[in-house]
Design a protein around this ligand. Structure first.
Ligand SMILES: Cc1cc2nc3c(=O)[nH]c(=O)nc-3n(C[C@H](O)[C@H](O)[C@H](O)COP(=O)(O)OP(=O)(O)OC[C@H]3O[C@@H](n4cnc5c(N)ncnc54)[C@H](O)[C@@H]3O)c2cc1C
Length: 284
C-alpha cells in the first residue's frame, strides 16, 4: 500500500468535520441557567461596579440580585469592562464541563492551558481498559480504502497488543505505552470566564485543529444555553481584536477578519496619502 504523496495546499482552513458526529461531547455540569441568571451576571457586575462606587460590594451585590439594577445596565458595564481588557472582573465566575470521547491528541492540547483552569482526566494507570475507544479522523475515513484499512489495522493492532500485555501480567500503566494518540479519553474541566474567553479565542480560530475547534464550538453552545450574553464573548480571537494576528494567515485565506499586515499596509497607504496632502497621521 502506498500513502498518497499529492502536494498539499501550503495553507488553508483545516477541514472542518462540519456536522459529522465525532463522538465527543462537552456538557456544562455547573452552573445551571438559574444560577447564572441570578448570580453570575450580578457577581461580575459587583466586581466591575466596586471599582467605581462608594458603595460596599455587598450592597452592590444585593441591589443587583434583588432586581434593583436593570439587566441591560449590568450588561453594558460588563461589556465595557471586558472590551477594555480589565480581565480580573470575570475571574470571579467559573464553569465546569464534563468532556468525553475526545482523543488524546486533543487532551494534550487542552491541558496546555495553565492559567485559570483546572483539569482532571481519566487515568490510563488506574483504569485497565477492556476495549479502549479510538477516534477516526474524517480525512482518513474518506481516504482510499487501503489507506483507511492500514490506519485501522495499526490502531486495532495497538489495542490488541495492549490486551495481550495486560493478559501477560504487564501492569496497565506499562501496557498503555502502546496506545495511539487516537485513544479517546474523558476529562472534567473547570475554568473561570476570563480563561474560557482566552481559550475560546485560540481554539475557535480556524487555525486550530479540527477536533479541539469542534470541542470549543460545543463549549460555546453550552454557555449560550445558560447565558447568550456571556456566550457572546466566546469567539475567535480576531473578532474582539478586529484583525487576524496568525502568521499562517498572511495570505488572508481565512476571511473572518483582515490580517494585521493588510491593516498596517492600508494604514501606511493612508498615511502616505495624507502626507502628500500636507497632513501627518499618527504613527501606526
Ligand atoms: C493554533 C495553535 C497552534 C499551536 N501549535 C503549537 C505547537 O506547534 N507546539 C506547541 O508546543 N504548542 C502549540 N500550541 C499551544 C500554545 O503554544 C499554547 O501553549 C497554548 O495555546 C496555551 O495557551 P497560552 O500560552 O495562552 O496559555 P494559558 O495557560 O491559556 O494562559 C493564558 C494567558 O496567561 C498568561 N500566562 C500564562 N502562564 C504564564 C506564564 N508562565 N508567564 C507569563 N504569562 C503567562 C499568558 O498571557 C497566556 O496567554 C498551539 C496553539 C494553537 C492555538
Amino acid at each position: 500500500m502506498t500513502v498518497p504523496t499529492e502536494a498539499r495546499e501550503p495553507s488553508g482552513i483545516p477541514r472542518n468535520p462540519g456536522r459529522t458526529d465525532l463522538g465527543l461531547k462537552a456538557t456544562l455540569l455547573f452552573p445551571s441557567r438559574e444560577i447564572v441568571e441570578q448570580y453570575y451576571v450580578p457577581l461580575i457586575y459587583t466586581a466591575c461596579r466596586t471599582c467605581y462606587s462608594e458603595l460596599q460590594p455587598e450592597e452592590i451585590f444585593r441591589r443587583a440580585t434583588e432586581g434593583e439594577v436593570e439587566p441591560a445596565k449590568m450588561q453594558r458595564l460588563i461589556s465595557n469592562v471586558i472590551e477594555s481588557g480589565h480581565g480580573s472582573t470575570i475571574e470571579h465566575v467559573v464553569f465546569t464541563f464534563g468532556i468525553s470521547g475526545v482523543s488524546r491528541t486533543l487532551s494534550h492540547q487542552l491541558v496546555r492551558h495553565r492559567a485559570g483552569v483546572a483539569f482532571d482526566q481519566q487515568s490510563q494507570r488506574y483504569v485497565t481498559f477492556k476495549k479502549a475507544a479510538t477516534m477516526l479522523p474524517q480525512t482518513i475515513a474518506e481516504a482510499p480504502p487501503d489507506v483507511r484499512e492500514r490506519y485501522e489495522d495499526q490502531v486495532e493492532g495497538s489495542m490488541a497488543l495492549y490486551s495481550e500485555l495486560v493478559g501477560a501480567g504487564i501492569p496497565g500503566e506499562d501496557a498503555r505505552f502502546v496506545f495511539p494518540n487516537a485513544t479517546r479519553t474523558n476529562l472534567v474541566m473547570t475554568t473561570n470566564l476570563r480563561a474560557l474567553i482566552h481559550m475560546s479565542g485560540l481554539r475557535l480560530c480556524t487555525m486550530a485543529q479540527w477536533e479541539i475547534r469542534r470541542l470549543f464550538q460545543q463549549i460555546r453552545h453550552e454557555i449560550f444555553a445558560v447565558s447568550p450574553f456571556l456566550g457572546s464573548f466566546l469567539a475567535p480571537k480576531c473578532v474582539p481584536l478586529g484583525y487576524c494576528d496568525e502568521m499562517n494567515n498572511r495570505d488572508g485565506h481565512c476571511p473572518i477578519r483582515p490580517h494585521k499586515d493588510q491593516v498596517l499596509g492600508a494604514w501606511a497607504e493612508k498615511a502616505k496619502a495624507a502626507r502628500a496632502a500636507g497632513r501627518e497621521l499618527p504613527v501606526a
